[in-house]
Design a protein around this ligand. Structure first.
Ligand SMILES: [Zn+2]
Length: 286
């Protein structure tokens, strides 16, 4: 279907597009370089390349050196943290050293998770009781908060089926400099986070474009604009209208932004400008 004229005019007038969370190195259908060139040649300015382990932390930093619009975010995914469980201190030291060596390219720590969705399969894979896996994930989560405090960086949180535990850890640590990735809760939980940390950011992603995502859409429509960021989490979770047809890529952050514009009362220009400024203020160093 043809795009509305206002949307096409906006695309021509602005290059204020920031995909604040993607993994181009995990793409299968297109090369990492083609994905990044598609994004930057379309006139968009920035993306955050999010790591899932030490190796992809290095990949993110290398991409940041190659492309001026790429910012790196370093950390270990919880399904990987079990592989590092005997070496938490050493892992933190490695990440800190990585930051000190490449600080101009690294803008946050993450993504760090409490992920209770995969507990059963992780328990089978690593032959550990579920409770022990939860304990390890929480140790990594707290270590991440401490490292972020020390380096004065925001953290990127991924919560899956663990909202209340994430909130408790943030409260216990009294840590408010966070972004909540793949926000999948409703308005009430969004406001609980914002009341605790008025400057925190919630990341809206492809799912907000799905007709069934009513509670996420309600949160996107009603929370303060200053708390909203947009992301793709590509190559996963392609937004409508490409859902089910193509692998997701940073360029499709446009569809997430268009949906936020549809849902809210402010003008498209104000929404686009403020979301871009929110992202830039939090992340850019270059
Ligand atoms: Zn991700």
């Amino acid at each position: 279907m043809e795009k509305p004229i206002c949307s096409r005019v906006l695309e021509l007038c602005f290059s204020m597009m920031y995909d604040t969370h993607c993994h181009p190195y995990l793409a299968k259908e297109k090369s990492q370089n083609l994905i990044l060139e598609n994004f930057f040649w379309s006139g968009w300015e920035y993306l955050n390349c999010i790591a899932v382990d030490i190796q992809s932390s290095r990949v993110s930093i290398d991409l940041s050196k190659k492309y001026s619009g790429v910012q790196a975010v370093i950390w270990i995914h919880p399904t990987h943290c079990l592989e590092y469980k005997w070496a938490l201190e050493k892992t933190i030291e490695d990440l800190e050293l990585l930051y000190k060596t490449h600080s101009q390219h690294i803008v946050a720590i993450g993504e760090c998770w409490l992920d209770y969705h995969w507990l059963q399969s992780l328990s089978e894979k690593y032959a550990l009781p579920k409770q022990e896996i939860i304990t390890i994930q929480k140790e990594f989560f707290k270590a991440q908060i401490n490292l972020a405090k020390k380096l004065k960086l925001p953290i990127v949180i991924h919560n899956r089926n663990a909202s209340e535990d994430v909130f408790l850890l943030l409260q216990e640590s009294w840590f408010k400099n966070f972004v909540f990735h793949c926000f999948s809760e409703g308005y009430d939980f969004a406001m609980k986070l914002i009341n605790f940390a008025p400057e925190c950011k919630l990341w809206f992603w492809g799912i907000v474009t799905f007709n069934s995502a009513l509670k996420i859409q309600e949160a996107a429509a009603k929370i303060p604009l200053k708390n909203i960021l947009v992301e793709t989490d590509s190559p996963y979770l392609t937004p409508a209208p490409h859902r089910g047809k193509q692998e997701n890529e940073p360029l499709y952050v446009r569809h997430v932004l268009d949906k936020i514009i549809d849902l809210r009362d402010e003008s498209p220009e104000e929404i686009e400008r403020e979301i871009f400024e929110n992202s830039k203020k939090l992340f850019t160093k270059k």
